[in-house]
Design a protein around this ligand. Structure first.
Ligand code: MN
Length: 516
């Protein structure tokens, strides 16, 4: 039995599905590059059949990424699998991930139609055949095919085993046993993996993969139970982001396997010193904050505060510390950037943060960096993340903020005047509102004649101090479409206006049929 556990990252697929978050293909590529730095074994880049944007992201990552295998998801449907094949055409190591529901609940619920069979028994025969056909078709596009038995955690064992055996006979090289609903308990899930390992006749020809969700807070525990019982691939996401309560947090799984190598007796190929960087990048890109008490990458994960602990820690590190912050890439000495920092220095720092920019992107980011450095004395990493976001957004700017003036105070009616640049000229307008932000959004809506509604608004200081860069995330809705707009500025009203316009630009881009 192998002593190496493959790490399968699904941040860009299962993670990105997380409520309300959509990334553009260039943003996805940036995350993929950091995942390659991290040396994960597989990057699941998306679900090509789901949308043209997802297809494009998978194709772009396939072209650009070297090192990890690039994987695309599909249902057990021919058109889905063909889309995967096309999107992965340029990948050096393509993998197709296909599969179907394995539990009675999924089969009865998702395959209600008579054409799958009149009874549950008949449906199960049809589903098994669909599974085999899907794997065979996927094998025509790639030698590396992973089969998932959806909701395996709640399925009937005999049927699950029959399905896995058939999938392996059809050519599956990896079999994924997802606990789709996060229902399993560690001992139970471990026992399931063990019996697959022991009882599926041809299991020696495939790797067992574990894919766990955190609905009961057990995703990492279940994943590790799987490893103890014979799984040799773990699936998860950076920071544990994902549907509902999320997926297994890869940084936790990796560090558990590493810290307790004595117990697991296996290793991964991950370069753990890249974990913190990956965590920050994903958090910044998706606007999902990391709780301070989050294991491995949280702000307090390595700080000691109780008197007894601090005393013990100072005498001997090992008394209260099982991992060192530098093991995961925290606490490398930081040089503060200023207006005198050159393009080269900026590029180095961005690279350390996981942002690999093209020359043109770097030039844009540098201009913006100089403007920020002018307003604030020192520029921190957090500022840079906001700058990069603002500057290299792949969405065409239908609307651009040219001018913004606010009138507001304790006894004034908040009034905003805006001038917005469009393709053939500028448009101006003014509005009053409940506050300066409201007035600004109303003025922009009036000028652009947009019916988009602001459904969520969040502001955060990306660095400490009164001169901090403020970052605004605005969720806009129009005709059932939801997008996120972002904007950063040392002036929070300006940041709000930019976020609102960024959202409108994304909506305009979607309407014109472009990807976001
Ligand atoms: Mn999942």
């Amino acid at each position: 039995m192998s002593h190496t556990v493959a790490v399968f990252d699904t941040t860009l697929r299962d993670g990105e599905q997380a409520a309300g978050t959509r990334l553009g293909s260039r943003e996805k590529l940036m995350i993929a590059r950091q995942l390659a730095q991290l040396k994960v074994d597989v990057i699941e880049a998306g679900y090509p059949a789901s949308s043209p944007e997802d297809f494009e992201a998978v194709a772009l990552i396939s072209r650009e990424i070297e090192g990890p295998a690039v994987c695309a998801l599909s249902r057990a449907v021919a058109s889905d699998i063909e889309a995967c094949g096309k999107a992965l055409a340029k990948a050096r190591r393509p993998r197709i991930h296909t599969g179907i529901g394995a539990s009675d609940i999924h089969i009865a619920g998702k395959f209600r139609d008579e054409r799958y069979g009149a009874t549950l028994g008949e449906k199960k025969v049809t589903i098994l055949r669909m599974a085999v056909d899907a794997v065979k078709l996927a094998r025509q596009f790639s030698d590396d095919v992973e089969f998932y038995a959806e909701d395996a955690g709640r399925s009937d064992e005999a049927y699950l085993f029959e399905m896995l055996e058939a999938a392996i006979d059809a050519g599956a090289t990896v079999v994924n046993i997802p606990d789709t609903t996060g229902y399993a308990m560690p001992e139970q899930y471990g026992a399931l993996i063990r019996s697959i390992h022991e009882r599926v006749r041809n299991i020696g020809k495939a790797v067992i993969s574990v894919h766990c969700h955190d609905d009961l807070g057990l995703a990492v525990a279940n994943t590790l139970a799987g490893v103890r019982n014979g799984a040799r691939q773990v699936e998860g996401t950076i920071n544990g982001i994902g549907e509902r309560a999320g997926n297994a947090a890869l940084e936790e799984v990796v560090m558990a396997i590493r810290t307790r190598a004595d117990y697991f007796k296996v290793r991964t190929g991950v370069d753990a010193r890249e974990l913190y960087r990956a965590s920050r990048l994903v958090s910044d890109m998706l606007g999902m904050k990391i709780p301070p008490n989050k294991a491995v990458v949280g702000g307090n994960a390595f700080s000691h505060s109780s008197g007894i602990h601090v005393d013990g820690f100072l005498k001997e590190r090992e008394t209260y510390e099982i991992m060192r912050p530098e093991d995961v890439g925290i606490g490398e000495s930081r040089v503060v950037l200023t207006a005198r920092t050159g393009r080269h220095g900026l590029r180095d720092r961005l690279k350390k943060l996981g942002y690999a920019l093209s020359q043109q992107e770097l030039n844009q980011a540098y201009q913006r960096f100089l403007a920020v450095a002018d307003k604030k004395q020192e520029v921190f990493d957090e500022d840079l993340a906001a700058i990069v976001h603002d500057e290299i957004h792949p969405v065409p700017e239908t609307y651009q903020l040219e001018y913004l003036q606010i009138y507001s105070g304790t006894s004034a009616i908040p009034t905003a005047t805006v001038r917005i640049r469009v393709k053939d000229g500028t448009m101006e307008g003014a509005a009053i509102g409940d506050g300066p932000v409201d007035a600004t959004c109303k003025a922009i809506s009036a000028v652009t004649k947009s019916s988009a509604k602001l459904v969520r608004y969040e502001i955060r200081a990306v660095t400490a101090g009164a001169e901090a860069l403020g970052e605004v995330t605005a969720q806009l809705e129009e005709e059932g479409r939801r997008v996120f707009g972002r904007g950063a500025s040392t002036d929070v009203i300006e940041a709000s206006a930019k976020a609102f316009l960024d959202g409108l630009n994304k909506l305009a881009n979607l309407k014109s049929g472009g990807g976001q």
